[in-house]
Design a protein around this ligand. Structure first.
Ligand code: SAM
Length: 335
């Protein structure tokens, strides 16, 4: 039997959404070699007790696919710190999913980009908040920009279907770089995405330093075709605008603080300890660890369906603006 944990029942609804989860984020590990200022207070922040091993992950994946999942993103923590990352990617690639992507800080991408591509990874999102060495180091609490740049170059050379950049914009820190980050990305064929600081985990302590996506757009007005940013089907919460000079270039905006993106959310998360998490903004969840370790994919699929009934509705529940979000570890849940 698995343990049913409903830590914040006031946020849960008791009827599963009409459609099953199609998209899942796997937090392969909650470990990370950086400690971004909006994510965690320091590098020694607590870790989960017991992570799933490779065999348990294969059962977890089988169960997720049986439950209807068609798109997978590997995240964390830092997924490239996982010793079996290439095996996990190869196992996922063999499932013939509609999408297989990773979100990474790129500190290990220089060596891993080509092997990841060869293993079947299709798309890469790199998190990079600054092009300035000192600021990057400060925002990541010790990260080396040159290492990350070499990782990005390797990703661009490896032939992925798409490379995107995620930049969290923090007032008084990297907001002076909004345009530079966009231009730098465009010059390299990278799609830049600008994120508000969300009140998840450590981000809850930085809510006086949020730059809204509306303000970001205003600062980029001279570069972008006017209009309302639009979502792309099956491509997550970002809303995009295209460049005035070249319609093949675009910028994504991800709110979460000034606006929510819960409506129609089909995303489930699986934490590195095997906890199924139906919503980024609550700690509601259900552990499928024992089922995965026991090799019972059908039972994992049932647990997924049960966890899905805990998904808050996307209308009255206001996502990362709810107080429950502050208690969530982005690193643990799989940001
Ligand atoms: N280690 C990987 C990385 O750096 O991309 C994956 C995990 S990280 C938690 C995933 C994404 O969450 C990153 O793009 C990071 O910038 C973002 N993130 C973390 N905390 C956030 C917050 N409070 N608000 C907005 N974005 C956040």
């Amino acid at each position: 039997m698995y343990a049913l944990k409903v830590l914040q029942p006031e946020t849960a609804r008791r009827a599963a959404p009409a459609t099953p989860p199609r998209s899942v984020r796997l937090s392969l590990t909650d470990r990370c070699d950086l400690a971004c200022i909006y994510c965690r207070p320091h590098k020694d922040a607590g870790y989960v007790d017991e992570r799933l091993d490779f065999e348990a992950w294969t059962t977890m994946v089988d169960g997720l696919v049986q439950a209807g999942v068609r798109r997978v993103r590997l995240t964390g923590g830092e997924p490239l710190l996982h010793r079996d990352i290439l095996r996990v990617v190869a196992y996922l690639a063999a499932q013939r999913l509609d999408d297989l992507a990773i979100t990474t800080n790129a500190t290990r991408l220089e060596k891993l980009a080509k092997p990841l591509r060869d293993a079947g990874l299709r798309r890469v999102n790199v998190s990079l908040d600054s092009l300035d060495t000192a600021r990057f180091k400060r925002m990541t609490r010790g990260g080396r920009l040159d290492v990350v740049m070499r990782g990005i170059d390797a990703a661009l050379g490896a032939g992925f279907d798409e490379v995107k950049l995620n930049a969290v914009i923090v007032k008084g820190e990297n907001d002076v770089e909004i345009e530079a980050l966009v231009r730098w990305s465009w010059e390299r064929g990278i799609v830049p995405r600008l994120l508000e600081v969300m009140a998840v985990g450590e981000g809850a302590n930085l809510q006086d330093r949020v730059i809204t996506t509306t303000e970001m757009r205003t600062r980029l007005d001279h570069l972008l075709v006017p209009g309302d940013p639009a979502r792309e089907r099956d491509r997550g919460p970002a809303r995009y605008l295209v460049a005035r000079e070249d319609a093949s270039r675009k910028v994504g905006f991800i709110s979460g603080t000034s606006d929510t993106y819960c409506k129609g959310c089909d995303r489930l998360r699986v934490a590195s300890d095997g906890m199924l998490r139906p919503c980024l903004a609550t700690n509601d969840g259900l552990s499928a660890a024992d089922l995965a370790r026991g090799g019972d994919a059908a039972a994992v699929a049932n647990a997924v369906a049960e966890a899905w009934t805990m998904k808050p509705d996307g209308e009255s529940f206001k996502g990362c603006t709810e107080t429950s979000a502050a208690g969530v570890s982005m690193r643990g849940i799989g940001g």
